[in-house]
Design a protein around this ligand. Sequence first.
Ligand SMILES: Nc1nc2c(ncn2[C@@H]2O[C@H](COP(=O)(O)OP(=O)(O)OP(=O)(O)O)[C@@H](O)[C@H]2O)c(=O)[nH]1
Ligand SMILES: [Mg+2]
Ligand SMILES: [Zn+2]
Length: 303
Amino acid sequence: MTAKHANLDLGLVVRGHGRHYIVEDSDGRRRVCHPRGKKSDCVVGDQVRWAEVSADEGVIEAVEPRRNLLFRQDEWKTKSFAANLDQLLILVAVEPVFSESQLCRALIAAESAGIAATIALNKTDLPGADAARARLQPYRDMGLTVMELALKADPVASRARLAPWLQGKRSFVLGPSGTGKSTLINLLIPDAQAQVGDISQALNSGRHTTTTTQWYWMDADRESALIDSPGFQEFGLKQIEPAQLPLLMPDLRAHAGDCRFYNCTHQHEPGCGVRAALEAGQISASRYRIYGEILQELSSKRW
Ligand SMILES: Nc1nc2c(ncn2[C@@H]2O[C@H](COP(=O)(O)OP(=O)(O)OP(=O)(O)O)[C@@H](O)[C@H]2O)c(=O)[nH]1
Ligand SMILES: [Mg+2]
Ligand SMILES: [Zn+2]
């Protein structure tokens, strides 16, 4: 931010629609704002300096420096999720059966952005719950919290489990389509009216029920916030240097110091501490396999 905008009001970006943003001012009033030029490209969660253009329209003059930014980088494009977050809730479900690769990717993106992540398993009322729990055991072993939810089937217990964790924080809800992100928002914020989709319809059409990222306050004092987001399919991590990758996976990182070579890729090198830990059952086979897949992706040239 440049000093010349310092006298302008500060606003919070609560929603983005292409090149238009909804900005909330310090009184809680929301208005459509257009960015001035490329420099004011912003994302939900950004603090912006804005000026009034008309009664219900404004222009964004500058974006304040960000505390953090959660994003993914696919082959050709970067997709920003949100900025200035306190914590991330990665929501997976018993159905649709979650991709462990996507779960790993979301965790790596959070670790790389310096944002604390917690996993929640929804729809534990469904028959596949035990299998899903077993697939999440390596994450519990890594020290992550795995919250069990049944947002629709047991809203009272789910709410009691979530509410203390969300209190006073700005939390981003991330997860594949159909896991119950909007159901969660509606449960905690009764007037949110986030659209909830019929899962079979959403999956068959390949469309997501939620199409934009949106900020919801949980309380009148505007201290706790939940951010709903569209489900994702792709989750590229091209922003990460291959050598950084094992350092962003806590279970691999714990053993990377035992490798004979300082630049060990934990693939074929002799004296590899990570592979020794894999053989000793201290690293899960699926996490190690996913590490190899992402590493290959990051190491392949784009041209
Ligand atoms: N069986 C079961 N179904 C649930 C539960 N919670 C949510 N659902 C259903 O899951 C479906 C998808 O819920 P949504 O909240 O729209 O999912 P979403 O994650 O917001 O999906 P996108 O917006 O497409 O990313 C809906 O039909 C919900 O009713 C639960 O605890 N058990
Ligand atoms: Mg949704
Ligand atoms: Zn190694």
